[in-house]
Structure formats: C-alpha cells, structure tokens
Unconditional design. Structure first.
Length: 182
C-alpha cells in the first residue's frame, strides 16, 4: 500500500510541476519567437516644419531639412538590418490620421528612418507631431524560421511527456489496487 501512495504522490507532483514548467517554457519560447509591436511612438517635427508664404496660414514640410528624417527608437542594428528589418510600419499625423507610405513619407525598414514629404496630408501637422506604429525584433529574437517552429513545439512535447508519465503512474496504481483488470 505504501508503494501505491508513493506512486500517487509522484503522479500528482509530476502533474503539478509539469503545468508550472510548461507555462515557464512557453513564456520563454514566446519571448524569443515573437516580434515586439510599438504603438504611438511620438516624434516632434517642429524643426522641419516651415511657414508656406505662398499659401497663407499653412505650414509645410521642408523636405531638404535633415530634421525631417526621423529615426524610430527601436531601429534595426547589426544582424537585424538584413535578417529582421522593421515590419508593419505606419505613420500617423497629430490628429491620428494615417499617412500614406510612399506619398506622405518614405520609410527605410532596415535603418528605421522615415522621411516626411511635403503633401496636403502633412500640411499643418497638429502639434507638429507624428506617431509611429511598427514591429521590431528584440536582440534575443530567433531569426531562423525553423528554429522558431521547433522552439514553439518544445513546450507542447514537454507537456505531453509529463502527462503520459502521470497517466502511466495513475494506471499503475489502478492496476495494483484492482480497479483495472489486466
């Protein structure tokens, strides 16, 4: 009887530790396989906005001013410039209206720099601000596709293994106590 008690205790401990470890493994796997989204990164363009004398009361972008080339905070460096450039880049004006890439601004996803252009959508920028939305790779990001797939499978296989160990122990106890006939 003592042997069955130990088996039951081991089965429950294995099951509980398995749940705890699966959560930790899955969290760590997600940390290296998921890109990080950024929302509403604010950049002030006051130094590159100029008064347009030909259109009274309007302010425009001085395209020749280097201050209109804005570097996003989490720009790619090192291996990320080629293997993991920025994705899902979108720029909004001060009122929250989405600007059009290639028309209102140009973006280089491998350097993280966007250049504002002088268009009707960028005239009179409210508060001279733009807001950046993008997704970037953190330094510990696993940039190999098959590596991300395998890493994401590890937690599942670990959970299955611990579940099978627990079920096996419960089955062994049930067989020893006569609940299951073999």
């Amino acid at each position: 009887m003592l042997d069955n008690t130990r088996k039951l205790l081991l089965a429950f401990v294995t099951l509980i530790l398995g749940v705890v470890f699966v959560v930790v493994i899955a969290t760590n796997a997600l940390a290296v396989t998921a890109k990080t989204p950024i929302y509403n990164e604010s950049h002030n363009l006051a130094s590159c906005v100029v008064y347009n004398a030909s259109k009274l009361g309007e302010w425009g972008i001085n395209v020749s001013d280097s201050d209109c080339n804005v570097t996003l905070t989490n720009y790619p460096t090192g291996w990320k410039t080629e293997d993991c450039p920025l994705t899902s880049v979108a720029i909004n004006n001060g009122t929250g209206t989405a600007l059009t890439s290639g028309t209102d601004y140009n973006v280089d996803t491998s350097t993280g720099i966007y250049q504002m252009l002088n268009t009707t959508a960028t005239m009179n920028l409210t508060g001279n601000n733009t807001y950046g939305f993008y997704t970037y790779c953190q330094d510990n990001y696993l940039n190999i596709g098959w590596g991300r797939s395998v890493t994401n499978l590890v937690g599942g296989f670990f959970a299955i293994a611990l579940l099978l160990i627990s079920v096996g122990l419960f089955y062994d106890v049930a067989r020893d106590t006569g609940l299951i006939r073999t």
